[in-house]
Design a binder for this molecule. Structure first.
Ligand SMILES: *[C@@H]1O[C@H](CO)[C@@H](O)[C@H](O)[C@H]1NC(C)=O
Length: 162
């Protein structure tokens, strides 16, 4: 609880008119899909040296870009946070992978490279933090243990078994 209060306090300010004004923080995670299966597995690793972009566009006119903020500040667990000013309720916002400097894991595949996020104070969500779905870069060569991991964890069998 104390942690939550501290978090909200750090995102909220008293305006000169006496109203409380809060920023919204978008949080998410970037991983390396080490098995090339397009979802996180037990052998996925946190992405490192990556860049993520948060972008909003007007709902009516997609050429009208209303917000564009990127971060390369991704921690050891692949987590990032982007603080946003203002309300973007009537806009379409998404986080998207820009690039990875990890040459072993830098492929970008549509679907895993972006996630929608709602950035509004009036969304009925009490917290100032919005979580985006995880984004993933694809490893060029899958790890040798992937077949075993997939069978054990997910019951997936090679396609030959029909
Ligand atoms: C761009 O979008 C914003 C947010 O929806 C809107 O307030 C603004 O009027 C738009 N500008 C133009 C030039 O369409």
């Amino acid at each position: 609880m104390a942690k939550l209060v501290a978090l909200i306090a750090s995102l909220c300010f008293l305006s000169f008119l006496g109203a409380v004004y809060c920023k919204i923080e978008v949080r998410g995670e970037v991983y390396c899909d080490t098995c090339r299966v397009l979802f996180p597995t037990t052998v996925s690793t946190p992405a490192k040296n990556a860049e993520v972009l948060l972008e909003c566009r007007d709902r009516e006119n997609e050429n009208n870009r209303t917000l564009s903020q990127s971060t390369t500040d991704i921690d050891g667990n692949g987590r990032y946070a982007i603080e946003v000013d203002g309300d973007h309720e009537d806009e379409i916002c998404e986080v998207r992978l820009v690039q990875s400097l990890d040459t072993e894991c830098n492929q970008i595949i549509p679907g895993l490279d972006r996630a929608r996020v709602l950035i509004s104070d009036n969304s009925g969500i009490a917290s100032n933090v919005r979580y985006a779905n995880p984004l993933g870069f694809i490893k060029a060569v899958p790890l040798p243990e992937c077949a075993e991991v997939l069978i054990k964890t997910y019951g997936l069998l090679p396609t030959a078994h029909i």
